[in-house]
Design a protein around this ligand. Structure first.
Ligand SMILES: [Mn+2]
Length: 346
């Protein structure tokens, strides 16, 4: 397990959670379980953390915590755990590994910076979780010549090969954020000597992935938008965590009430859906009898009714148009930032 077993050090203070975790890990016994701390287990990569051996997670569970790396040998294979840390660069951490790491398995937690599909997760100074530490480059990984690099940190699954071996993020076993839309799984890796490792993705019996959808609201048909959200959520199987964004324009009162009623309706659903109100909302007085707003609303509805229309794009475009008419430049800048962010997240 390559890090971020706990969301935060304080989460690990929960004795009930630790008992449940130990219970779950006992299912693997007597097979050994190796784990390293990630940036969530150990924010900033410094100081005490819950994976420093203070908690007994089972005699078959080994917490690899020594810096810059800690070695374990199992069945003749060398495993090298690199705990999340901030003193050395990713390249320097890999160069500290001994020559025997060739053909072995490396556990590491951070960003594989040369993976194009994962590039948007790379160092972001705006994100307090991304400190810019433990960033690993493919040439530094290749120089180790390990059979397999077991990466943790990025929730999105990705496997890639390199000289003499392979590397992978299995992805989080459950959807942690609304962005985690890929199917969830774990990786079974065969590192038999003398051949390239075989990476086999195994599905999980009980895991959910997120599925995002935008629903367009327009003044005068807020109830239809709420109904559309309800129908969408009811139509999803139990391995989907629906994440619905209410966009467009509408009565703040009606949309807030609708959001609350949806939350009450689905309070018992597991996984519980996420409903986010992202519409530009108006007071009821603003909406009464405004000719321009009415025309605008009708234009939005016509656009949304076009076959094959992208409701999220229409909502954003309509909202920009509406704000432009009102001369609201600050909101336009904010939405344009959001549009850019949304595109990047794909
Ligand atoms: Mn992490």
């Amino acid at each position: 397990m390559s890090g971020d077993l706990f969301h935060s050090p304080s989460a690990a203070q929960d004795g009930g959670l630790r008992r449940a975790l130990k219970d779950a890990l006992s299912a693997a016994a007597p097979k050994p379980v190796l784990l390293i701390p990630g940036n969530h287990d150990r924010p900033g990569g410094k100081g005490e953390h819950p994976l420093d051996g203070r908690f007994d997670l089972g005699s078959h569970v080994r917490q690899l915590r020594q810096e810059p790396f800690e070695e374990a040998r199992i069945g003749g294979v060398g495993f090298y755990g690199i705990p999340f840390q901030t003193g050395l660069s990713g390249g320097d951490l890999l160069r500290r590994l001994p020559p025997e790491a060739e053909g072995g398995v490396v556990l590491l937690h951070g960003t594989a910076a040369d993976r194009k599909g994962l590039a948007m997760y790379a160092y972001d100074p705006e994100d307090p979780e991304e400190t810019g530490d433990c960033v690993f480059r493919d040439p530094d990984l290749e120089a180790v010549n390990a059979a397999y690099f077991a990466f943790g940190h990025i929730h999105k699954p990705e496997t890639w090969t390199m000289r003499g071996g392979a590397a992978a993020y299995p992805g989080s076993p459950d959807a942690v954020t609304v962005k985690d839309e890929d199917a969830r799984g774990v990786l079974e890796v065969d590192v038999s000597a003398g051949s390239a490792p075989l990476v086999n993705k195994l599905p999980l019996k009980s895991a959910c992935r997120s599925l995002r959808k935008s629903v367009l609201a327009a003044p005068g048909c807020e109830a239809e938008a709420i109904q559309e959200v309800e129908t969408f959520i009811k139509g999803q199987p139990s391995d989907i965590r629906p994440a619905v964004y209410l966009r467009g324009l509408g009565s703040g009162r009606l949309l807030e009430d609708g959001k609350r009623s949806l939350e009450a309706l689905f309070a018992g659903r597991d996984p519980r859906p996420v409903v986010k109100l992202r519409a530009a909302v108006f007071g009821d007085a603003d909406l009464a009898g405004s000719g321009l707003l009415k025309d605008f609303t009708q234009a939005m509805r016509r656009a949304a009714a076009e076959p094959g229309s992208d409701s999220e794009l229409i909502a954003k475009a309509a909202l920009l148009g509406w704000l432009a008419l009102r001369g609201d430049e600050r909101s336009i800048d904010r939405i344009l930032d959001d549009v850019g962010g949304g595109h990047e997240a794909r």
